[in-house]
Design a protein around this ligand. Structure first.
Ligand SMILES: Cc1cc2nc3c(=O)[nH]c(=O)nc-3n(C[C@H](O)[C@H](O)[C@H](O)COP(=O)(O)O)c2cc1C
Length: 160
């Protein structure tokens, strides 16, 4: 295989950037930068997410019934996206300098993002270095209008 062509083609696939919030089974809050998300069904409404097998997020999510909140970062939130990579601590009602509140499914909602999708893991398929999680949407929250932050608009990448 032509490795350069593989990298350039895989990086040509558009991805958004999301602040994904999870909880440990003990209830500890966690947030990580997620981009491998795509709709996978209309009815029921499903998303497929690629999650690194050695991440804290994977520890929290790789079991049916676990919960996630996927907050859609706006194109003016690149700094927040980069801060999420540093594993920020949660304050009482903020994380990484942005307001935070708990959603109905127990995961974090970030009201300064474009909106949030609360979802439950319905299946986990072992892949390679990432597993594929199917999550079913339970509720959505639209916080404001705007364009989503993407690999292309931020210059950040996670593909190839
Ligand atoms: C631009 C970008 C996009 C990313 N997208 C994903 C992703 O889709 N899935 C994933 O598991 N990790 C992704 N990561 C890595 C995570 O943000 C994180 O650093 C790593 O998985 C460790 O997560 P943890 O804090 O849960 O241990 C991405 C990193 C960058 C820089």
């Amino acid at each position: 295989m032509d490795e350069d062509a593989k990298t350039s083609l895989l990086r040509a696939i558009p991805y958004g950037l999301f602040a994904a919030c999870t909880n440990s089974p003990e209830g500890d809050d966690h947030v990580f930068l997620l981009s491998w998300v795509t709709q996978a069904s209309f009815d029921p409404p499903l998303l497929a997410c690629g999650v690194h097998e050695e991440s804290t997020a994977h520890d929290h999510l790789a079991e049916e019934g676990r919960e996630i909140a996927i907050n859609l970062l706006a194109d003016d939130q690149e700094e927040l996206a980069r801060t999420l990579l540093e594993g920020p601590e949660f304050g009482e009602d903020e994380v990484a300098g942005t307001p935070y509140k708990e959603g109905a499914n127990g995961c974090g909602l970030l009201p300064e993002t474009l909106g949030a999708i609360e979802a439950r893991v319905v299946s986990v398929t072992e892949g390679g270095d990432h597993d594929v999680l199917l999550v079913e949407i339970e509720d959505v929250h639209r916080f404001r209008e705007g364009e989503v932050l993407t690999h292309e608009s931020s210059g950040m990448t996670y593909a190839g």
